[in-house]
Design a protein. Structure first.
Length: 73
């Protein structure tokens, strides 16, 4: 079976984008900075096993509790 390097590269880029979106979504609930969580998830997904490990870490992390802003007035 012959592997095309272009196809493998495209699959890795698509995987990294999908993982970045999933990590951002989870990061909104589980971290104070969801953009950083998404960027780290996308960056680590260049090596797919690292991206999956990071995703598992985010899933197992406890949700943060958001307190509503108090309006004075």
């Amino acid at each position: 079976m012959d592997f095309n390097a272009t196809l493998v590269g495209q699959l890795i880029i698509v995987f990294a984008l999908v993982m970045g979106c999933i990590c951002y979504y989870l990061g909104r609930r589980k971290t104070q900075s969801p953009v950083v969580a998404g960027v780290i998830g996308a960056g680590l997904s260049i090596v797919p096993i690292l991206g999956l490990v990071y995703l598992v870490v985010l899933v197992l992390k406890k949700d943060i509790e958001i307190t509503p802003a108090v309006v004075n007035g």
